[in-house]
Design a protein. Structure first.
Length: 290
């Protein structure tokens, strides 16, 4: 949230798969989040006037997309900025190095935000790289790198504000390493107790960014416990309304052929063949049911 808050509407957000809050901040509808995780392709559509790419599940691929978007905006002489998110594990992917190298060479207006949560599934950061920090990897590609407390929203915003302003003014890309921690499991199939100690988790539980920022705002008399309770009730009600909208959209999302509509501007022949094959199967199924 601290990073994405520095963007403007004309900028592009290029998320991985943990940026739901950032996507909602940028205008993504909550029912679309539910749709995509329920397996409906309609949830991944790029909504009009909202410059958010769909979340990327393959590790690291979105960084190249962000650089391409940033380079395109630069080529068209606009002052837009692209911001992409990824984890520490993604820095072990070739896509990371290709993206930073290209961005550095062409001074593309892109901000790379690395969420270093210490674990690439079950592999600790210490077994992924010999580099003392991830931020210093930027040096090899000729761009600024900065490490910040990823659990401090104000620190993240300050770093992102500087990086976005630099990119917008023609100063090129920046790599921001946000040091944070994954408190829960990586996926529902993961058992983190097999590779890390509970004591380590408890230390980071005390650094929870939500609790930390809430306490800061209350201490500054910018927020009260009553207001917190009011906001939480508003959020619960909005989720209920989104669930209703999700049910309505899901009931209407029955056209499987739509999966072919938003990937290519013009379908290549082999994809056209697949679409035709599916279309015939659907017609045969419908005929059999009738």
């Amino acid at each position: 949230m601290g990073a994405v808050a520095a963007l403007e509407d004309r900028d592009w957000l290029v998320p991985a798969f943990r940026e739901t809050a950032a996507e909602l901040w940028r205008g993504k509808k909550l029912e679309n989040v539910l749709l995509i995780y329920a397996g409906y392709n309609e949830g991944g559509l790029i909504e009009p006037e909202i410059n958010n790419l769909p979340g990327a599940v393959p590790v690291g691929t979105q960084m190249l997309h962000a650089v391409g978007i940033a380079w395109g905006m630069q080529y068209r002489k606009t002052d837009g900025v692209a911001m992409t998110f990824f984890g520490d594990g993604a820095t072990s992917e070739g896509d990371f190095h290709e993206a930073l190298n290209f961005a550095g060479v062409f001074q593309a207006p892109v901000v790379f935000v690395c969420q270093n949560n210490h674990w690439a599934i079950s592999i600790p950061r210490s077994r992924q790289t010999r580099s003392k920090t991830l931020a210093q990897k930027a040096i090899a590609y000729g761009l600024p790198g900065i490490q910040v407390d990823g659990n401090d929203i104000l620190a993240v915003y300050a770093a992102a504000r500087e990086a976005v302003d630099r990119a917008r003014s023609g100063g090129g890309p920046t790599l921001i390493e946000c040091v944070t921690y994954r408190l829960s499991m990586h996926t529902t199939a993961d058992d983190p107790k097999r590779y890390r100690k509970d004591e380590e988790v408890k230390v980071w539980e005390g650094r929870d960014p939500l609790i930390r920022y809430q306490k800061y705002l209350i201490d500054k008399n910018l927020l009260s416990n009553d207001k917190v309770a009011e906001l939480e009730e508003e959020v619960k009600n909005e989720i209920k309304r989104a669930l209703k909208r999700f049910d309505e959209r899901a009931a209407q999302a029955k056209d499987s052929l739509k999966m072919f509509d938003h990937v290519y501007e013009q379908l290549p022949p082999h994809i056209q063949a697949q679409r035709s094959e599916l279309q015939q199967e659907l017609k045969a199924k419908k005929k059999a049911e009738n």
